[in-house]
Design a protein around this ligand. Structure first.
Ligand SMILES: [Cu+2]
Length: 115
């Protein structure tokens, strides 16, 4: 009987630590955006500092690729892309939210920094 209790407690312990690890596991997504410059970088990263389920984010101003590390239990790639469009940028195939885009300074709108 005592052995059974110990075994049960061990199984519970293992299950618990496994689910705890699962909750902390993050995934990474790379979103191609229409960002133009360092101001865009700051704007996007600032917005994502408050976005639900996001652990960290980084925009490469050269390639306009936005890399986001997120908790898959708390958010989805779709929600993250939508959040990018709400800041005023295209996210892969999703077009930018028009109102947010129009609020961007001219230099941050598409073609603001011709390459
Ligand atoms: Cu910009």
């Amino acid at each position: 009987m005592k052995n059974l209790i110990i075994t049960t407690m061990m199984i519970l312990g293992v299950t618990f630590s496994m689910s705890a690890q699962n909750k902390r596991k993050t995934e990474e997504i790379k979103i191609k955006t229409s960002a133009q410059c360092d101001m865009c970088k700051e704007r996007l990263e600032k917005a994502f500092a408050y976005e639900k389920g996001v652990k960290s984010s980084n925009l490469d101003a050269e390639t306009a690729v936005f890399t986001v590390e997120y908790f898959p239990t708390k958010t989805t790639p779709e929600k993250l892309k939508e959040a990018v469009t709400k800041v005023g940028y295209d996210a892969d195939d999703l077009p930018a939210n028009e109102k947010a885009y129009n609020n961007l300074p001219n230099c941050c709108q598409k073609g603001g920094h011709p390459k």
